[in-house]
Design a protein around this ligand. Structure first.
Ligand SMILES: NC(=O)c1ccc[n+]([C@@H]2O[C@H](COP(=O)([O-])OP(=O)(O)OC[C@H]3O[C@@H](n4cnc5c(N)ncnc54)[C@H](OP(=O)(O)O)[C@@H]3O)[C@@H](O)[C@H]2O)c1
Length: 293
């Protein structure tokens, strides 16, 4: 199959490109420099010109706190650009694959969120991602919409946005104090395992629609940091804190576990355990090359 990957320079984009290529698919990898998805004319021309079977959008504006200051920028990338992409896929009769987030939920539930739960986005970032979901659904019928959470992949060592494990490793090596909330939870999702399951879903042609793929286990941010430090053997000045002491501009879901039941029922294998994912992450991050300038 011929696949276009948008946001190919990000954590998930990097894994999608390498896994699709390894499986023998024809891959057109486009980073922001090659195609800015906020340009509707270039998006339409780019998709039509390549005649893809699959268009996979891993590009996103992920600055959750900054989005409170610049909600229009978040909406351009996460909302309006998705409209252009979905419309172009509809025109080209291509399958559109798009990613959303656990942040579309307010996090008041204490069990994993399912696809049937109603979103209630708590921030400008979350609203922009939910807008993208709606635009994708409206403009493209051949749609896979995957909600994911706390993505961490080896490429995050060098991406502009980075990821949580890289932040913890850097602070620990610097000897900087780390205060991490223990009353908010995340389902850390290993990017190579996520990419593999997305491609499995495409190859198996599971029914179009909305699917959750979270890391499989919900853990407090503090315990997530400890797990990373444990496996590296790094000593850090780390203290638990809570959301009253550690305030952020954007509201986040307190508990945002995602249920993988629907995607597993469609025949896609469960995600690896978090311990195994961290072990593999630490091994693979050593092999990732910095991008060429
Ligand atoms: N990371 C998480 O914890 C998380 C959690 C839940 C959901 N998700 C979703 O999962 C998907 C993949 O996330 P990720 O972690 O791989 O993100 P990432 O590492 O931040 O990568 C996003 C990529 O999109 C690119 N991009 C931004 N604006 C663009 C534009 N206008 N045109 C083209 N490319 C643009 C970025 O380029 P620059 O580097 O130049 O900005 C970056 O390469 C996204 O949909 C994200 O919202 C992520």
């Amino acid at each position: 199959m011929r696949a276009i990957i948008l946001g190919a320079g990000g954590q998930l984009g990097y894994e999608l490109v390498s896994d699709l290529s390894a499986r023998g698919h024809e891959v057109v990898a486009l980073g922001r420099e090659q195609l800015d998805i906020t340009n509707p004319d270039r998006v339409a021309r780019g998709i039509k010109g390549h005649e893809p079977d699959w268009v996979i959008n891993a590009a996103a504006y992920n600055k959750v706190d900054l989005a409170e200051k610049e909600p229009q920028v978040a909406m351009e990338v996460n909302g309006l650009a998705v409209r252009s992409l979905a419309a172009a896929c509809g025109e080209a009769n291509a399958t559109f694959v798009h990613f959303s987030t656990d942040h579309v939920f307010d996090g008041t539930k204490t069990e994993p969120y399912t696809e049937a739960d109603l979103p209630s986005p708590p921030s400008a970032y979350a609203v922009s991602k939910l807008a993208g979901e709606f635009y994708a659904r409206i403009y493209c019928e051949n749609l896979y919409l995957f909600r994911v959470a706390g993505v961490f992949g080896p490429a995050g060592r060098y991406t502009r946005h980075g990821n949580f494990p890289e932040l913890i490793l850097r602070k620990a090596r610097e000897g900087s104090p780390l205060n991490v909330v223990e009353d908010f939870f995340v389902a850390p999702t290993y990017a190579p395992a996520l990419a593999a399951r997305v491609i499995d879903a495409l190859e198996k042609k599971i029914p179009f629609g909305l699917y959750h793929i979270g890391g499989g286990v919900s853990i407090s941010w503090y315990h997530w940091a400890l797990k990373i430090l444990d496996q590296t053997g790094l000593r850090a000045k780390i203290q638990p804190t809570n959301h009253r002491e550690y305030k952020t501009p954007a509201r986040r879901p307190r508990y945002a576990g995602l249920s993988n039941a629907k995607i597993e029922a469609a025949g896609i294998s469960p995600m690896p355990s978090l311990d195994d994912a961290v072990t593999e992450y630490l091994r693979r991050r050593e092999k990732v090359q910095p991008p060429k300038q």
